[in-house]
Design a protein. Structure first.
Length: 216
């Protein structure tokens, strides 16, 4: 039986040093060095995934391969993801491919709304997306960033109603906040840190810098 696990349980398990959980997804970023090596690693991941009956999302570029693992019918990590992550790490090591966990990241758009369903319908039409869960919309092919529509009781004024959520490894978060402030940004609030910090660029455009910490 498949068992759900938390990000903390995933990270405390052995054999997953290549991986970082961003929100509810386990990511690994491999520096393949060249496209042919990336293709070989993809082929090995494909073999492992077929044997497990569990399929990750892969993003292959000329010298980089990103792997994402989550159990989609639960939208959570499970022991199946954990075991496949270990196998993928072993396959990468056998091919001499190194992971670069510090460069792992993901992002989405977030929109404040009073009527979530109407706002979602508009953005689905514009982007060719479909609804996902209670408040999100997503590319049906999984190729482009999702959009989170955030329910508001009262529309806030004086601040952006659209912002970007950026997910980073938990050990990178504070240094990323410091770098953003050094680059001219400002801290809007750290009320929810270390789960997320809200920052703004020099002209007030906002971003939430987020980790899994605090979500378990």
């Amino acid at each position: 039986m498949t068992v759900s696990i938390t990000p903390k349980q995933f990270h405390e398990s052995g054999g997953v040093d290549d991986w970082r959980v961003l929100w509810s997804v386990a990511f690994a970023l491999y520096r393949t060095g060249d496209f042919a090596t990336g293709v070989r690693l993809v082929a090995e991941i494909g073999r492992l995934a077929e044997a497990a009956g569990h399929h990750p999302d892969l993003n292959l570029r000329s010298a980089v391969l990103e792997v994402r693992l989550i159990t989609k019918d639960r939208w959570s990590l499970t022991d199946t993801d954990l075991e496949l992550a270990r196998q993928i790490s072993a396959a990468a090591e056998a091919l001499g491919v190194r992971a670069d966990p510090g460069s792992t990241r993901t992002w989405e758009f977030a929109i404040d709304a009073l009527d979530v369903d109407r706002v979602r319908a508009f953005w689905c039409a514009v982007l060719g997306y479909e609804t996902a869960g209670d408040s999100g919309i997503a590319d049906p092919d999984g190729l482009y960033p999702p959009v989170y529509v955030q329910q508001m009781g009262v529309m806030r004024e004086g601040r952006n109603r659209i912002h970007i959520d950026v997910g980073v490894p938990h050990e990178q978060a504070e240094s990323r906040v410091a770098a953003a402030l050094a680059a001219g940004g400002r801290l809007v609030t750290d009320r929810f840190a270390p789960m997320h910090w809200t920052l703004a660029d020099p002209e007030g455009n906002e971003v939430d810098l987020a980790t899994w910490v605090g979500r378990d």
